[in-house]
Design a protein around this ligand. Structure first.
Ligand code: PMP
Length: 378
């Protein structure tokens, strides 16, 4: 089996799995218990938090352990919008965001907030002039992802942060799920960001929210007061400790890994674009681990199945958004033509992939192409 759907999830690192088991066996205690074992369990978790702080080179920010980026995004956006209601009601985002951002903002619209979407230019870059036009004294929140999970587009986080310097009231949230471990994070001028462990060799149900003004956000989960009172519920210490482990492993040799992933990406992009009827959607300067292309005129699902039958796992869209509409929104916002949208597929790599697998993909591609060639719009 060749696994090229690493944007959906990655294989957990064996070291993460063994640490997870060890902690569950030896430190299964409640981190809030007052006895010796509870205190030791708590200490383990706090050490993990401080390691994450070091890995991310954080300064004053707080780290909240969550069940993943969906929860982190929900918590940051809802908590911050509600906290800032007195100052304004406009939120700026993009059509490229993950449903955990877009659906949260849709819910906030029902509470009276107004959501505005920044446009993208024909070349797929964010229209910073349009962004500047949307900025006003009524804006309280800007939420933009670092790397898009469908196309691999890299959004201009530093540039946005720079523009926001003139608006100190605005909270800037970044979804860093697809960038961590693949490229350096941009955190200067960012007020909060989300990570998800299972996207870089960690576990499902494992994430963090990093936030600079924790005390200013409205609580959204109530209970026993864990995670500084912002995320109640008995701490999942084994999950939280292995988050730090997965982050450390993903950060080690990141530059080397990134270069390797870029090579895979360039190799596949240069290969597929030679074939008439194939449209390359991802940008050569996009994220190193994501390739998106279309079999123009053929449904993406048919292509995914054809690869799947040959033991190669790729994807039509983000697995968490079975709704085709979300994919259409992202690709439409990035000016991909309609017949190419339907036929688009995503190939995404991790550090576990090999050159031999790339060769296997190319051989399968040739076979599939020759079978469907007649049907392609060239
Ligand atoms: N944001 C992005 C960009 C994602 O790709 C994903 C996962 N598909 C999420 C958020 C949600 O992460 P999780 O699965 O950890 O909730």
């Amino acid at each position: 089996m060749i696994y090229f759907d690493n944007c959906a999830t990655t294989k957990p690192d064996p070291a993460v799995l063994s640490t997870y088991t060890k902690i569950n066996e030896e430190f299964y205690f409640n981190a809030a218990s007052p006895h010796k074992m509870g205190l030791e369990t708590n200490q383990l978790q706090e050490e993990a938090r401080s390691q994450i702080r070091t890995i991310l080179k954080l300064d004053h920010q707080s780290i909240i352990f969550t069940s993943g980026a969906t929860e982190s995004n929900n918590m940051a956006l809802t908590g911050m919008a509600r906290a800032k209601k007195a100052f304004g009601s406009t939120i700026i985002t993009t059509k490229l965001e993950h449903p955990s951002v877009l659906e949260t903002l849709r819910t906030l619209e029902q509470e009276g907030f107004v959501v505005k979407y920044v446009k993208f230019k024909e070349d797929g870059t964010m229209d910073m002039d349009h962004f500047a036009e949307l900025l006003s004294n009524d804006v309280i929140l800007v939420s933009v992802m670092h790397v898009n999970n469908v196309m691999g587009a890299i959004l201009p986080i530093s540039e946005i942060a720079e523009r926001l310097k003139d608006y100190p009231k605005i909270h800037f949230h970044v979804d860093c799920v697809q960038s961590f471990g693949k490229m350096p994070l941009v955190i200067e001028g960012v007020d909060s960001f989300s990570l998800s462990g299972h996207k870089f060799g960690g576990l499902k149900g494992q994430g963090i929210l990093v936030i600079s003004q924790l005390r200013n956000i409205t609580q959204t989960i109530f209970g026993g007061g864990q995670e500084y009172g912002y995320r109640s519920g008995t701490s999942n210490v084994a999950v939280n400790v292995t988050m730090s482990k997965a982050m450390r492993l993903a950060s080690e040799n990141m530059d080397m890994q990134r270069a390797r992933l870029y090579q895979f990406k360039q190799d596949i992009e240069n290969f597929v674009k030679q074939f008439p009827g194939i449209r390359l959607n991802s940008h050569p300067n996009g994220a190193p681990h994501i390739v998106n292309f279309s079999f123009v005129g053929i449904k993406g699902e048919v292509i995914v199945n054809a690869f799947s039958e040959r033991g190669i796992m790729i994807s039509t869209t983000s697995a968490c958004s079975s709704k085709r509409a979300k994919l259409n929104e992202t690709l439409t916002a990035l000016h991909v033509p309609e017949d190419a949208i339907t036929g688009s597929v995503r190939v995404s790599f991790s550090k576990d992939n090999t050159v031999e697998e790339i060769a296997g993909f190319k051989a399968a591609f040739k076979e599939i192409y020759s079978q469907v060639e007649e049907l392609l719009k060239k």
